[in-house]
Design a protein. Sequence first.
Lengths: 111, 596
Amino acid sequence: MAAIEWGFSINRPRVIDVDRNNLRKSDEILLEMPELQSCIGCGACTASCTAGNLTNFNFRKVHTLVRRGEYQGAYEEMNKCMLCGKCRLLCPRGINTRGVVMLIKRKLGDF
Amino acid sequence: MTMNFFAPFCIPFMVGAVVMAVALVVKYARWIYELPRADKKLMLHGIFTRRSLEAIWEVFRESLLHRRIFKVNPLLGYMHMSLAFGWFLLILTGWIEVVAYLGFTYVPLQGHVFFKYFATGLEEHKPVFNFLMDFFLLMVLSGVFLAWCKRLYSKAMGMRRTTRHVLGDRIALSALWFVFPLRLAAESLTCAIYGGGGFLTGSIGSWLSAHVGGAVLEALYEPSWWLYSISLGVFFVALPFSRYMHIFTEIPLIFLRRYGLHPREKESSFDNFEIQACSRCGICIDPCQLQSVLGINDVQSVYFLRDRRYKMLTLSVANDCLMCGRCETKCPVGINLNSLRQNSRDTMRNIPDESRYGYLASVDRSEGEGRVGYFAGCMTLLTPRTLSAMERIFEAAGEDVWWADRNGGVCCGRPLKLSGETDSAKKMMRYNKELFYKHNITTLVTSCPICLRVFKEEYALRGIEVLHHSEYILRLMRQGRLKVKADGGKFTYHDPCELGRGSGIYDEPRAVIEAVGELLEAEHSRENSFCCGASLANTVINDAQQLKIARSMAAEFAQTGADTVVTSCPLCKKTVTRGTTMPVKDLSEVVAEHLA
């Protein structure tokens, strides 16, 4: 019996299960760049982003996902960054965002 | 007269000399063989030109007299000169002395070096040579004495901090320190027994023969020559593998540099000449703000070059540098410290990725039709006052402008290049270059010295004149297209690293400021100006450290008595603002406020 086309589909669950994710890389990143834990998620980095202005690159999203062990595609996303450094000047917590980009790329090159 | 020119004590010296000669020949031959083809071509084209003569003159000035170290501190300069030039004169006069006594006959190397030992049977003495040899020995000894003093109290020679040396350097250093006192002892003992000698060795010799028993002198005689030979041998063996490699390496470096060779974007064989010409004098340590303000002790150029030479360079050392260029202007060997650090970063971080920045292809948000293009740059978009000031200036001058990135553009590529991702940075550069050509501009004005530098150095924009807004504004004023009125305001100016030391633009912004008010210079300005601390080249230091540097450098501005700090870099403006309570303005803002 052919299924009835309702125009809807079922989304895959989007819950991030931190207990099941492998946080080793995430821990390594936080160990090298502990200031990343002081991020309040305000999004100033993303709002000012030169690459984000041209694409859907979202620095806040990527580093937040990485910290929760969601590494898939993080390297490719970070490769959109131009490293221009505007985000670092705007960050209210003074996080070394350029350092974070370079660190995530270094740690997650093979994901 | 026949002389025997061999004694067993010569062996340590001879072994040392042979090891050194072989090591030097092997090293230099390999480096030259491995030079990129283009560099070899430059070398061949340069050899038989005037440049070789100029190089010889420079070798005399820098490798022997050390003129550039005299500029740092006269006493420090004398110390290096007395060691290098004094030793050179000792060797040269020694050879002439041998010829004067024996005529033009073959004398083996050790015969020259230990001539005093072999020449005890001479009937007549030539007092001129006795005097000269003693005089030059005294000159070298005074240098050694100063070197000892420098270890104890370096401030006397204008150095607050000196290099912390590795073990190999310490061994070589100790051997060098002993060479000349031991030579003095050996020659004085010889004079005590056989007579002769000048005002130094002769006097000590006659004092010794008067006060010390003949048996004691005989017992000390051979061992003193042994010790002298051993210290020479140890020093020669250590030389090619320690900091003292600089003694010889500076010479080919000077020649190659005159032929137009320089460190490239990627590591190349020429870098070896620069790296091993570093004497680890440590003059680069004091100018470094990471050292003077933050107390970071292991990343300065001297340590960077050392680590790279011994293949123990880490990413954190390579990345922890503001690339402000303060050390580069002081380096007595003139090593291209920033270029070397940058190509190290390239080696460590460059990952070519063809698919990267594919999204740039369809981007063009530029507007306007003018032949004059304005590239604000990322940082200027973050300091909108600069942008609006430039808009007013363009309008006042009646300039028709093509706005490259007012609505968001693509980064110039320099930040990525500074971080080492050279190949990816090229993609952005290619994009921007094509954009400039597409819109047929003839002049490109930018407010950001970071962009300016990369446009000038990397883009190769044929047919497009690249100007910083300070140059452009001054040109408008001189052409009479921009009228400003002075109102007696007092300004002080901060030289951005990339604009000043990076691009050599010091006078234009100053001329603009003087047209609208009074310019009061801070203590450190022009080539000596401090970095604001937020340099994009450094991805290691944190926010608190950046702020500390900004505060320390901005403290000088308050002392000038000026009302306003002016700078001409949007990044510097942001940083200086954090470091001071004084108002900080971009040059364009000041001009826009004073438009007549």
